[in-house]
Design a binder for this molecule. Structure first.
Ligand code: NAD
Length: 481
């Protein structure tokens, strides 16, 4: 069994806390690794290493930083199966699914690094009287990156691409529930010492990292509750933050779409990764005119979601990450059932080892139920029948969350109306999608700070304006600004 370590200033080392916690395979409940419980001292050393490495990393020509990150992306692609195997052991994701997402994250790393070649790190804007202002965007320095467990490797690579390419150095604290694949990811990194540091552990490492004085930006991905606490700390310290938080994404299905095809798309959007995606379809509003065939098709697509160990090729749904997550999911389902919802399929905790939960479809849900108001983060599709598309949009808008929303409709007026949904992304007739140029900022409680494409480089840099008067001004005429 492997004992994991921190990676600080290019060296693998034990946590100064001396404490460990066992990491359990959610399919078998067997211990698969020991993870250090990182502490403030580890964080302090890692941040110092990132600060020390910043000047020389930032001074490298941009193309050299891009080359190094491309080499890391190559190594990730080469080892994608191995990384996916580790993700399967630590959080249950089926190996094939994990490998696909990891390969795509490696492509994403390449794409985001090469976007820097188009980014205007310097521009000149004209001022009055022939003067001009040069705007130079510089890297920030040491950046904290805190990630969740649902996509261990892609979450880290997605955040690091623009941050490192722009010249920042980082301290990464992955989830304590999934540190194995990220550890291997760092073994493959091949970056100069101190550029990317890794501290393992839970909030006892995460909180000191957020509170660390030299950290210039906290890039946080996780739950709304933890995000609030991170935002409060960064506000107190007047440090920058990007907060990518939870969701309760709606789907609105119009009367004019094919009910079977749409049901297949919803079964995928609600159940893939066992529903543990921030943009999973978590509230489904279907037009009464097609509700019956849609629900029948959804139930039969749900029956095909084979539950099992992620190593088995037949598995569609792996286990949930742990007992705690399964308890939350089952609590949402039983709460709905107690308040009058009907469980059409699923909804029971299977016997035996592992934190499995079957794909579940509910109908007769309403806005008082946890399953319609709180993030479930499990394979549950609660369906509400609505009398019109507009009615569906009204329900869809009633949420404090605002990550993404999906609509299925062929009506151009309805597409235009859907653009007003309070969400960072509105997907029309396809869940997910959009290229690397996509700009994205969550709404409501789902977070703050735009990411994607140019916005990611804006967040990873700080502009300095250098104003050049067209000739030297006599001292007494200076404006003082
Ligand atoms: P979590 O908030 O429990 O933990 C996320 C990370 O934050 C972990 O590394 C954890 O150790 C750390 N952490 C927790 N409290 C902290 C604190 N006070 N200070 C500093 N660090 C702290 O979330 P989770 O259960 O790991 O992940 C699931 C959540 O992440 C879901 O809500 C999901 O929607 C969200 N998520 C959002 C996105 C997005 O892009 N918006 C993507 C993936 C997951």
């Amino acid at each position: 069994m492997k004992t994991l370590q921190n990676h600080i200033a290019g060296v693998w080392e034990d946590s100064r806390s001396g404490a460990f916690q066992d990491l359990v395979n959610p399919a078998t409940e067997e211990v698969v690794a020991r993870c250090p419980v990182g502490c403030a001292e580890d964080v302090c050393r890692a941040v110092d290493a990132a600060v020390a490495a910043h000047t020389s990393w930032e001074a490298l020509p941009l193309t050299e930083r891009i080359d190094l990150l491309n080499r890391w992306a190559d190594a990730v692609t080469e080892h994608a199966a191995e990384l996916a195997e580790l993700e399967c052991q630590e959080m249950g994701k089926p190996v094939g699914l994990g490998q696909m997402f990891i390969e795509s994250a490696a492509l994403g790393l390449r794409a985001s690094a090469s976007q820097a070649l188009e980014y205007e790190f310097e521009e000149t804007v004209p001022g009055p009287g022939g003067s001009n202002t040069r705007i130079v965007r510089r890297s920030l320095g040491a950046v904290a990156v805190i990630t969740p467990w649902n996509f261990p490797v892609p979450m880290v690579l997605g955040a690091l691409g623009p941050l490192l390419t722009a010249g920042n150095t980082v301290v990464v604290k992955p989830s304590e529930r999934a540190p194995m694949a990220v550890t291997r990811l760092f073994e493959l990194a091949g970056l100069p010492a101190g550029v990317a540091n890794l501290v393992l552990g839970d909030v006892r490492a995460g909180a000191p990292l957020v509170q660390s004085e030299p950290v210039q930006l906290v890039h946080f991905t996780g739950s709304v509750a933890a995000g609030r606490s991170v935002g409060a700390e960064t506000g107190r310290l007047l440090h920058r933050s990007v907060l990518e938080l939870g969701g309760k994404d709606p789907v609105v299905i119009d009367a004019d779409v094919d009910p079977e095809q749409t049901a297949a798309a919803v079964a995928f959007g609600a159940f893939v990764n066992s529903g543990q995606i921030c943009t999973s379809m978590e509230r489904i509003y279907v037009h009464r005119a097609i509700a019956q065939p849609f629900i029948e098709a959804l139930v039969s697509a749900t029956a095909a979601q084979t539950l099992g160990d992620g190593h088995d090729d037949r598995t569609v749904l792996g286990p949930l990450v742990d007992q705690r997550q399964r308890d939350i999911v089952h609590h949402h389902v039983t709460d709905a059932a107690e308040r009058g919802a009907e469980v059409l399929i699923g909804g029971t905790v299977p016997d035996g080892k592992g934190f499995f939960y079957p794909a579940t479809v509910l109908t007769g849900v309403d806005d008082t139920m946890l399953v319609m108001t709180q993030e479930t983060f499990g394979p549950v599709a609660p369906v509400m029948i609505v009398d019109s598309f507009e009615d569906g949009l009204r329900h869809a808008s009633r949420s404090r969350f605002g990550l993404a929303a999906t609509v299925y409709t062929n009506n151009p007026d309805h597409i235009a109306a859907a653009e007003r949904l309070p969400a960072g992304v509105v997907w029309v007739n396809q869940w997910q999608g959009g290229g690397p140029e996509r700009l994205y900022e969550p709404a409501g409680d789902s977070g703050m700070g735009a990411t994607g494409s140019r916005a990611a480089y804006d967040a990873a840099t700080r502009p300095v304006s250098v104003h050049l008067a067209h000739r030297a001004q006599p001292a007494e005429q200076g404006t003082g600004r």
